[in-house]
Design a protein around this ligand. Structure first.
Ligand code: CA
Length: 223
């Protein structure tokens, strides 16, 4: 899951970056509101983590502008502003959640997962699909009750497809959810991961939709 972190404090940013990467998130980081706006034009992000005290603009202004442009990605504010009114302002500006600094990285990750779960319309944490289960927090995968070992990229790819099994995702969208903006991506990287998913979970587990991209299919009957 690809998230954008907007935070000008280098220590906090580094901590969040490292922590979320360990939890399987793909994270891009910017320190200015202007850079955040640019990144949002360039990439598809599953969520935005937003500091409010930014050097070039107040994060709330940025948030209001993003919402007025019709961007509806989940936004979690990360701020030291701790009064009730400030939190209410944040939520009214269009934030989905508000976490006070200092915070625990595990709580941040848990809140992100729950935002992503809600934005995809799921009510339970575990994603189940024709005998396949995927846990977005631990990234564990089982097929008919048996654990399946997947690489980090394979987990991310499966997670992206399972977020919305009926959606067709283009190669570009899949790349966006797996790689950061600065990552060099081999042109056939997605094909290789899909090949591996099919090898491990069954040839029909990912459907190729000609000219459009890929969609979740049905895994093998037997693990
Ligand atoms: Ca700040």
């Amino acid at each position: 899951m690809h998230v954008l972190l907007v935070e000008d404090d280098p220590l906090i940013a580094q901590g969040v970056l490292t922590g979320l990467q360990l939890q399987g998130f793909t994270v891009d980081h910017v320190a200015h509101a202007a850079a955040a706006e640019q990144a949002l034009q360039l990439g598809h992000f599953a969520a935005l983590i937003l500091d409010l005290g930014l050097p070039d603009e107040d994060g709330l202004q940025l948030l209001k502008r993003i919402r007025s442009q019709g961007k509806n990605l989940p936004v979690l504010i990360l701020s030291a502003r701790d009064s009730v009114m400030q939190r209410v302002d944040g939520l009214q500006a269009g934030a989905d959640d508000y976490l006070l600094k200092p915070f625990d990285l595990r709580e941040l990750a848990a809140r992100l997962h729950s935002l992503l779960r809600r934005s995809s319309g799921r009510s339970t944490h575990l994603i189940e699909h024709h005998g396949l289960t995927f846990n977005p927090s631990t990234r564990e995968v089982t097929l008919h009750g048996q654990a399946v070992s997947l690489s980090r990229r394979e987990q991310a790819l499966l997670g992206a497809l399972l977020q919305n099994p009926r959606h067709i995702l283009s190669v570009e969208q899949l790349q966006d959810s797996l790689y950061g903006l600065g990552d060099g991506v081999e042109s056939n990287a997605i094909n290789v991961h899909i090949y591996n998913l099919r090898r491990k979970l069954g040839s029909e587990v990912v459907k190729t939709v000609r000219g459009l991209g890929y969609q979740m299919g049905v895994p093998d009957e037997l693990a």
